[in-house]
Ligand binder design. Structure first.
Ligand code: GTP
Length: 304
């Protein structure tokens, strides 16, 4: 029997916990069970009480105080401690059935996704060990980053780095779409997302490409003389930006879904992509005849 889960990741403040809350609410409205796992040892004030909370094992505050570590070193220590005490996760997760969506709310320190091998080891344990969880990652970036393109490219690269490191299906998400207000910002977003974005406006569930090489020359604000120097064609900085954009573009590695956590249709659209990535519905369909208490011969059509 498989289990199904999503690892909600992204930089600090990207809207991970808000998205988890919106997903739990939406799943409840749809009468789907979910199991909420908080893996942020610094998180407080949950809208929904987690079913597993890493803070019951170890808290960042205690580690920082007792080990005299800073927030990043403390977080790595907490995850190393979790890896030494995996039963804390495994035992309760063993009980979760295949109709549940397991939501893992992750910390925002980007180091965890890019610098150390802890997360790949944890993901391997969840996906390949006895738990056998079909998982995907949901990587959130703030949509307002699109207006500040160097920030957006950096964010896109960090999403790509997490994708390469974790080797699991990824759903990349532009969060806080409600903040994209005003004609300039909307035009910026639309131009940035180009043709597919216009299609995505018609179908909010359609993923949109992460980048568009045509917008790159405007990557930097040309009203700022200091920055304008960098935009000059041929400058090393410009060429580097262009090469990075082309690399991402050529491999079509990163595309984004749009999310407004306050809009249930938007949450539903993102959830559909997550369900597809983990093949949630296929497993439920297989399960249906058993649920309906059908004769196995009848269910398989062998009595015809
Ligand atoms: N306008 C708007 N604000 C949002 C949205 N999602 C989150 N926020 C706000 O963004 C801030 C950060 O949101 P969180 O959900 O705590 O972000 P996080 O990624 O879990 O943050 P860390 O746990 O610090 O990594 C909060 O003030 C939220 O209210 C959204 O869709 N729209």
């Amino acid at each position: 029997m498989s289990k199904f889960g999503v690892l909600v990741m992204g930089p600090a403040g990207a809207g991970k916990s808000t998205f988890c809350t919106a997903m739990i609410q939406h799943l409840q409205h749809s009468k789907r069970p979910c199991f909420y796992v908080n893996l942020d040892p610094a998180a407080e004030d949950f809208a929904f009480e987690p079913d597993i909370d890493i803070k019951d094992l170890i808290s960042l505050e205690d580690v920082m105080e007792e080990m005299s570590l800073g927030p990043n070193g403390g977080l790595i220590y907490c995850f190393e401690f979790l890896m030494e005490n995996l039963d804390f996760l495994t035992d309760p997760l063993e009980e979760v059935t295949e109709d549940y969506l397991i939501i893992f709310d992750m910390p925002g320190q980007i180091e965890l996704y890019t610098h150390v091998p802890i997360l790949p080891d944890l993901v391997k344990h969840l996906m390949r060990g006895s738990l056998n969880i079909n998982m995907c990652a949901a990587y959130l970036l703030e949509s307002t980053f699109v207006i500040d393109r160097p920030k957006f490219f950096a964010g896109t690269l960090s999403a790509m780095s997490a994708m390469l490191m974790l080797e699991m299906p990824h759903v990349n998400i532009l969060s806080k779409m409600d903040l994209i207000k005003g004609q300039v910002a909307k035009r910026d977003l639309k131009r940035f997302l180009d043709v597919d974005a216009r299609l995505a406006d018609e179908d909010p569930s359609r993923p949109v490409p992460s980048n568009d090489l045509d917008v790159l020359p405007e990557t930097l604000d040309n009203t700022d003389p200091a920055k304008t120097e960098n935009v000059m064609a041929g400058s090393a900085f410009y060429q580097l930006n262009k090469a990075v954009a082309r690399l991402i573009d050529d491999f079509s590695l990163v595309s984004f879904l749009k999310l407004d956590a306050q809009d249930e249709d938007s949450v539903n659209a993102v959830l559909s992509y997550i369900d597809d990535a983990i093949q949630f519905h296929e497993a439920q369909e297989v399960k249906e005849p058993k649920d309906l208490d059908m004769d196995p011969m009848e269910a398989s059509g062998m009595d015809d």
